[in-house]
Structure formats: C-alpha cells, structure tokens
Write a new protein. Sequence first.
Length: 173
Amino acid sequence: MEIVTWVLEGRLEHKDSAGHRGELYPGLAQRMSAGRGIWHSEMNASRGDAVHFVQMWVPPDTESVDPSYEQLDVNAELDRGGLVPIASGRGHDAAISIRQRGAVLWGGRLDPGEGVAVPDARHMHVYVARGAAHLDGGGLLRAGDAARLTAAGSPALTADAADGAEVLVWETA
C-alpha cells in the first residue's frame, strides 16, 4: 500500500522498521510505501495536546517494491489558495510521490467564501476535514462529510462564508 498521512491539528510522531522517523504537523505531507512489508507506528507527539489526522491507503501500481518514505512541507503552496496537489502518481511538482499513476490527492485550505472547481475526473472523493463547504449538486458538506463523484464534470466547491474549510479531494482513474 501507499500510505498517505495528513495532520489537521497537533503533531504526530512516525517510526518504522526501515529506520525512518519524523514528526508530522499540519501542512507536512507524508507517504510511506509499505512495499514487501514494514512495521510502523504513528503516535501523538505531545503528552498534553490533541492530534487529529487523516490516513489514506492507496493500492500501488507495482507490488513487491522496497518500502520507502517521503515527507514534504506544502504549506507555502496551500497559502496561495485553491486546490494544490499533495500526493501524486503523476509527477506534480511540490507533491509527495505515490506509486499509483491514476491517483492525485488535492488539498485546500479555503478562505471563507472561497470557491474552487473540483478536478474533472472519472472518480472523485471530496472530503471536508474542517469547516464546511457547499458542493454544487451535492449540497452542504460539514466537517467529516464526504461525497463520491463519478463522471460529474467539474462542480464548484465553495467554503462556508463564516469559517472557510479544509478539504481533501482524491482523484482516481
């Protein structure tokens, strides 16, 4: 599996049997390729603060590869607004690489009232991680809500006018 971890709040400590260690924070994308096998753990890096994160597993195009690890701070890209590639099997600059040519994870920290177009792809999974957003044709999505789209074109996704939204959008072939 290609395991992508995205921290929404707090800090998360990663350790694995290949010797990779890291502390993840909001805006730092992490990918671990399990490959032929790896032991790993993620733990709250703080004894007193909460951690809230999303971990997504994507089947790779190629099996039985060596386990690997990558992390990349994408805060500067997120600060520019809109949707930005966080993890990509298509070689996007400023995104972690995943071994799945048909998949891209887009992320956005949308300001109140900011709108974006959901990429036009055969299969899309729109997840509102924080705040709320209105999806054309899908209605209001609050934190924790998701919508799966099939050949839906490129509907508008508009952040809540008061609070904005943080969204994760998976594009798959």
